[in-house]
Design a protein. Sequence first.
Length: 118
Amino acid sequence: MTDEHTTTARDHETTPARFASFEEFYPFYISEHQNVISRRLHIVGTALVCLCLLNVVLWGVVGGFQYLIAAPIVGYGFAWVGHFFFEKNKPATFTYPVWSLMGDFRMFGETIMGKRPF
């Protein structure tokens, strides 16, 4: 018998339990990113999102409109390739869109700060 919050990537056939906070959700999020290639794809995708958003700031929304459109496409594109082809699980974005986005940026930050392996 397992605790409802111990759902992992290997349990991808089940729907994860509802979480009361982001801090409660984040360990689940990390458990869904065990494959090194998937994690790396997430980091690259998040870095590209940051570059796209930087271009929007530099060029303005009108001049940088293509970057505004590209940001979610490259971010989700890299992440979803990681989930579907390497991690073999369903992205948390479908169930927890805001917390999943927060998790992407937290994992990115932890990785570039050397707190989490690339």
